[in-house]
Ligand binder design. Structure first.
Ligand SMILES: [Zn+2]
Length: 138
């Protein structure tokens, strides 16, 4: 018997040709099982996995997130140059970083407009633009 969450996770992995190992499936269910997008860091995903039936090491969580990113299933958002968040929403969109709670959420996409960008150096093109808007309480 396969639940809807398992089915959704399996299809998510298959869509990017990622082999559905037991651990990958367990983590995929935490990420996309309910059909919602989410932003996680390795630590928060590891914690969520500990609460469930699946015991995976933090190293496995890191490796799995890396596999999902390399396969194009997720995007990595880096804050402060060392803190990584992983997003199941893969279209280009801006983010809020909440300094007080260290959370990342989506910012409204249409509200960001680029009036001018520097010309990409010869032989290059802009691959993507990452926008992180840092918030702090007033
Ligand atoms: Zn996002």
């Amino acid at each position: 018997m396969t639940t809807a969450a398992e089915q959704r996770s399996l299809e998510w992995l298959k869509s990017a040709d990622v082999r559905p190992t037991r651990q990958r499936l367990a983590l995929a269910q935490l990420l996309v099982g309910d059909g919602e997008n989410r932003h996680v860091c390795a630590e928060s995903l590891h914690e969520a996995a500990q609460l469930g039936e699946s015991s995976v090491s933090l190293a496995t969580v890191y490796n799995t997130l890396r596999v999902f990113c390399d396969a194009g299933l997720m995007n990595e958002i880096t804050v402060d140059g060392h803190k990584s968040y992983f997003d199941t929403r893969t279209d280009e969109h801006p983010h809020y970083y909440w300094e007080n709670s260290s959370k990342v959420t989506d910012a409204p996409k249409d509200a960001v407009k680029f009036v001018s960008l520097p010309k990409a150096p010869d032989g290059t093109e802009v691959a993507r633009i990452d926008v992180v808007i840092r918030l702090r309480e007033k």
